[in-house]
Structures are given as C-alpha cells and as structure tokens.
Design a protein around this ligand. Structure first.
Ligand SMILES: Cc1ncc(COP(=O)(O)O)c(C=O)c1O
Length: 426
C-alpha cells in the first residue's frame, strides 16, 4: 500500500533546503532509492565484497549465492526465465546489444526494422547507424497527433511488407507522455508475419504489471534505475535466441578455455554476454528493488499514479496559458504529465523554467526534448517551445502536485506581459 510509512523508506525525501522539502518529479529519468535497496548494496560492500562465479573462497561463495538468487528474483518479477536475463549498464546497452546482433537474423529478403517516431534515442540511433551501413532498412511509423500508436497504419504496413520485416522494435510506455502502445496486439501482428519483436519497457516495468513470458516478445529492455534500483539495466531475451546474440564486449568471464591457436570456447548463456567482472552490488540491489515493488504491488502503483496524474491535469488545467501534451485522460496515460507555457519568453533559454522551479520550490522536473527528438521535429514545434515533464512515482503525493502547480503558476505569472503564442495548434 502507498502510505507515509512507505515514503519514509526513501532517505532523499527527508532532505530539506531553505526550509522546504524536495518535490521530486523526475522519475522517468531516475527514481529515488529506498533504504531496503541501499542496505542490500551496503551488505555486499561490507560483508562479502568479492567476485562471484570464479573464486571458491568464503566471500566468493556468499556473493555467488546472493547474485544467483538475485537473478531468480528478477526473473520472477519480470515473468522471464532466469537464463533469459542479461545484466547490462542500462536499457540503452540492452537495446544496442540486440541492434548489434541484427545481422544474425536478417536475410536478403528480410531486412526491415520497424520503429515509431516516438522512440527514445536509444531505440533510434542504433538503427540509423545500421541503416547507414546498409545492414537494415528502417521504417519509422508515424504516431497519431494525440501521441497514440497508429495501429491501422501498422497493420496496413505489415499486410504489404510484413514478409520483409525482421524486427518490430517499439516503446511500450512513452517517456514523453506515458501513452501506452497496444503492445499485445503489436506483438501478435508482428508474429503473424514472422517478425521478431523488441519491447522498450524502460517506462513500463516500473509502473505496470509486466510478464515477459505471457507477452510473447523476443526481446525486452529495461532500466533498474527507473524502478527504485541502482544504475543498471537488463535485456530479457528468449532462451532460444540467446546464443545468436553478438557480444558487445568480450574477454574475462565469457570464456571456458582458449589457446594460442586462437581457438575460443565461449560459455553458453548470459555469461558470454556479460564480459568482465560485474557490478554485483547492483545485481543484488536490483533484486531488492524488484522485491520492494512487488511488495507495494504494481497495481497499487498504477492506481496511485493515475490519481496523481488526474490531480495534476486538474490543477495545471486551471492555469491560464498552460498547454498539455498528450492525452488529458489519466485512463489513457498516467504517470507523466508533459506541459508547456504558451509564451515564448520563458523558453528562450532552455531549462529556465526547470531551474527556477527547483531554485524556489525544490520542484525537480525535466525540461527539453526528453530524447524523443524525432517526435518533436516531425510535429513541427517552434524552436522556443520547451515542454516541462513531471513524472510521478509511488512516493509522490497530492501535496507534491500542489507545489508543482504553484511553481508553474509563478513561472507563467512572470511572463504575463508576453503575448500568448499558438504552438502549432497544440
Ligand atoms: C523509453 C526509454 N527508453 C530507453 C531509455 C534509456 O534508458 P537508460 O537510461 O537505462 O539507458 C529511457 C531513459 O529515459 C527511456 O525513457
């Protein structure tokens, strides 16, 4: 349940500056960590700070056991099998790992990779680079003006070109406006035409119940630092595809044996893809984060965010000269409210609004393009346009939303004298 007790678990929320508490609304970038996660990591550093899987001594035995147990717990949390997980630096590395392996799956007749114009740069730039080398053909599906997935266009495209598509790689929940794409249906259509699927679940897994097995996707990427865990990420890859993935780096921990004749015997499974010594504290901390979220309940988190989103939409909606990007219905998108001030002055210098809100109210939001440049450029926003993103999580409260609205109101009031601008009809 979401209550005060739960909020007390987050030490960063107890901080104060100029007599005011922090109002942390940048959760789509990185969430705060509860004491349970910090303690789990501390335990590693204070009790058994050794390497897993290679040494056979006392500390190594303990860390090995904890790391193996952690993979099991993370697998349970994500609905994946334990041997389908690969621990990486972040979701970006997970997406790159698959992109880097795409040649293992393409053929002369199947070279198309389908993404949308609402992808994070981490699910866009790797494909641009592969397209430039002639390895794939990239198709970018345009999303609708309200930020939703254009399912009809997708079905139509697949009807005509589905047999040439090797991979459909799409975000599940958008980091721009928290709009959810119909992921089950997208996977079903992709499969119908024999295409692989990769789901960018960086904004899904922390906020809604996710089960990899039930979804039937081939790959899924997520970040642990967006789900109250330490910096890190995982790629989930279907068991039967694991051995086809290309290593991003190689060396220690990946090989069983090699000799001067250049014969290499690689390990099977994730060890081949997790080169070098691993961040064991982060793996253990990620499991603690998964357990924390499980205990709170993803359904409870989802409901809580919906409530905060509705309240934010209500309060921001009352402020003159504020526009909302994305749906105004928390049933369609919840967890993130992205809005803008319809005046050019506050946005001339990017970050002004965000900095001002942080300086005076301790309100921490994100301003800019949120790494979704394609979407902003395709929709033709003016250069002065600087959206502000408030992203909520389980420890945020209605009072946080009220402080946000107060801070926004002040920002608008400051530029009252400026003319209101029609931002391309938005
Ligand atoms: C939708 C989405 N995909 C991918 C990423 C990249 O995640 P990471 O920071 O773990 O590399 C982010 C980060 O904000 C994101 O929001």
């Amino acid at each position: 349940m979401i209550n005060e007790n739960l909020m007390n678990s987050f030490p960063a929320l107890k901080r104060s500056r100029a007599g005011k508490r922090p109002v942390y609304l940048d959760n789509a970038c990185m969430t705060l960590r509860p004491i349970q996660v910090i303690r789990a990591m501390e335990e590693y550093y204070t009790q058994f700070p050794a390497c897993a899987s290679r040494s056979t001594h006392w500390f190594a035995g303990e860390v090995n056991e904890r790391v193996e147990e952690s993979y099991k717990q993370i697998a349970k949390f994500t609905g994946a099998k334990e041997n389908e997980l690969v621990f990486l630096k972040n979701a970006t590395e997970a997406l790159n790992l698959v992109a880097n392996s795409i040649q293992k799956f393409t053929s002369e007749t199947r070279k198309i990779v389908v993404i949308t114009d609402k992808e994070h740069s981490s699910n866009t730039i790797p494909w641009y680079k592969l397209e430039a080398k002639g390895i794939i053909k990239l198709v970018i599906l345009e999303t609708k003006r309200d930020g939703t997935f254009d399912f009809e266009k997708f079905v139509d495209f697949m009807k005509n070109y589905g047999d040439k598509v090797i991979l459909v790689s799409t975000v599940w929940v958008s980091n721009l406006d928290s709009v959810k794409f119909p992921i089950e249906e997208i996977i079903e259509i992709a499969k119908k035409y024999g295409a692989l699927t990769m789901i960018d679940a960086a904004q899904a897994l922390p906020h809604i119940p996710v089960n990899f097995e039930n979804l039937g996707a081939d790959f899924m990427a997520f970040s642990t630092h967006k789900m109250v865990g330490p910096a890190g990420g995982f790629l989930i890859v279907k068991e039967e595809l694991m051995e086809q993935l290309e290593q991003l780096s190689t060396g220690g921990g990946t090989v069983e044996d090699f000799n001067t004749k250049r014969n290499i015997q690689f390990f099977k499974g994730r060890a081949r893809l997790e080169a070098g010594l691993q961040d064991y504290a982060a793996i253990i901390g990620s499991a603690a984060a998964a357990n924390f979220l499980k205990e709170v309940g993803l359904k409870n988190i989802e409901e809580h965010e919906k409530e905060l989103t509705a309240y934010a939409l209500e309060l921001l909606g009352k402020i003159e000269d504020i526009g909302i990007l994305g749906p105004k219905d928390p049933e369609k998108a919840s967890g993130i409210v992205t809005f803008y001030i319809k005046k050019p002055a506050v946005s001339v210098e990017e970050r002004d609004v965000g900095e001002a809100m942080s300086d005076k109210y301790n309100v921490m939001v994100r301003t800019g393009r949120f790494c979704v440049y394609n979407w902003f450029n395709a929709k033709g926003f003016p250069t002065f346009f600087t959206p502000i993103r408030a992203s909520f999580y389980l420890y945020n409260t209605k009072e946080d939303v009220e402080v946000l609205a107060e801070a926004v109101k002040e920002a608008v009031d400051k530029v009252k004298w400026m003319p209101t601008v029609d931002v391309n009809g938005w």
